[in-house]
Design a binder for this molecule. Sequence first.
Ligand code: ADP
Length: 613
Amino acid sequence: MSNNQTKNTAHEKEPKLTIKEILQEHWFLTRLCFAAAPGGMAFHIFESVKLRISIFFEFIWIVNYALGIAERGGSWKQFCWCMVLFMAAVFVSTVSFAYYKQSLLPRVTPVLHQAFRMHIYERTKNLDLACYDDTEFYQKFILATEESDACIDRYLETIETYSSAVTEFMLALGFCLTVNPLILLVTTGSFLASFWIAGRENRLLVASRMERLPYEQKREYQNRVFYLSDYAKDLRLYPGMQEKCQQDFNQSQKEIRRIHRTYGKKLFICRSIRQAVGSVYLQRVLAWSLLLYQVLVLRTLSYTAMLSSLKAADYVYESAGSMITGFQTAAENAAYVKRIQSLTDMAPLVVSEKNLPASDHPASFDLQNVTFSYQPGQPVLKNISLHIGAKQKIALVGYNGSGKTTLVKLLLRLYDPDSGSICCNGTDIRDFAVKGYRHSIGSVFQDFKIYAASLKENVLLDISSHTKKESYDVEKALYDAHFTLQDNRLVYQIETPLTTEFEKDGVSLSGGEMQKVAIARTLYRRQNLIIMDEPSSALDPLAEYELNQELNEIAQDQTVVFISHRLSTTRDADCIYMMEQGQIIEAGTHEELLAADGKYAGMWKVQAGLYTD
Ligand code: ADP
């Protein structure tokens, strides 16, 4: 069952990553980034390596060489040549670094961001709608979209850190081994101490982030409520709600501060110990003591070798330190990538094995004992059996929450029933290819959305081809849906953008106008089945009546399933199904149901009374 399986997947415990898993996640990012921008990535590594080589030469090799010339009494000419070559190398290196930082990196980074976003999008776009019913899945999904850019940034940082650190480490280690291997004992001690403490720090950082996440998401939502125009009117009319949002916002902030405080103390202790033990006591005090002992007491080391081996040991320590902090970032990043991958690895469960093409005849439906629940053990539809004949006009009526919308979602195969079957023209709908089947049905839901695109695109819901013929059909569909194109706000007619947020000549439509656009979408497609869930709730009764007459005319050869609270709009249906608590309690024509004098008749009398009194 789709929703149950989603729950199992999404409620996994937070993964603790092994080194193998961290490497696997980075291998994935490496393949993704190198496939998206191979040249850019190669240059990124090259620059990181080159920078460390030039620093090593500048501060160790040259110092050692130049002082060595002085100690050995070498010539000025030798020294000058050395300096000229060094300056030329620095110049070339500086220019290429500037090109990399200012020109190449700003161009490559968005390409990599895009590649990861597309990966997430491609893998999640077909996930079951049931996934969205699961809070934990949804939180992961938000995290995936919000963190994807940061994952790439952290990956680039890790690559830079490791390319630099490994280069520096190898050069400095080689130098120490040839000049003064003993100093490495001191450095190794401090490295191991730091590594152990850094592991603990890393776990604290990830735990803190994960604990803050739900509060940060709440805060983000509350923030949106303050600035989005959708809420502006309500908030002005109901200041109490504004106050509640403010309180919730403050509460989220308080929780975030509390988490920062709790983890901040522990992180402070870890970091202090790491700095003091690793860096100050072990690295500095011990190193100086050893070197002075070698120079002054043992006399096995020259002053030049002392200075350069101290610097090289510093580099060994610093590069090892960079690898540790780099490892923290890498581990944190891998945890995020793994969470994102757990989404992208999910397979949709609403699939078809037979992939049959959708029928192009007017649709008839047979539902046999259909039971469905969003949450396990809480059925929303119970044993529904009904027949919808081809070209019939069917109405689903009933109070809120009785399961009408859920039933049509099952017809559309947005969900699969827990038990029972739905057949379309005699074939189980699970045997039709999912995309083609859904495409063969035209639907308008009460929570339809208008996109920041042109009026035409909002009807087409497709940008693959824009032909003249399509423009004509779009205008016709809008006309049939009673949308008035003779409106001087529509400067570019059907090409007018339906947003004022960032389009100067765009328009904001009223609720009723938007609903007509949504209806035009189904009229444009002329599918075999039309599903309309409260399609005209935003229209006034007269406009609604006229539109219904028009729809009956247009949809003569199509099967129509209609949901409406206003029974006056459904009274002409071939069959009306009255639903209550997930069951069909009455079925028949308007007249039959009135004669039965049941719940439908009661509902009708109340509504008729509203109009006649
Ligand atoms: P109607 O269309 O008759 O108003 P719905 O089919 O929308 O009823 O809802 C039927 C029941 O299913 C309601 O109790 C509603 O709260 C619940 N429900 C609807 N959608 C979801 C969902 N995505 N997740 C969990 N419960 C849902």
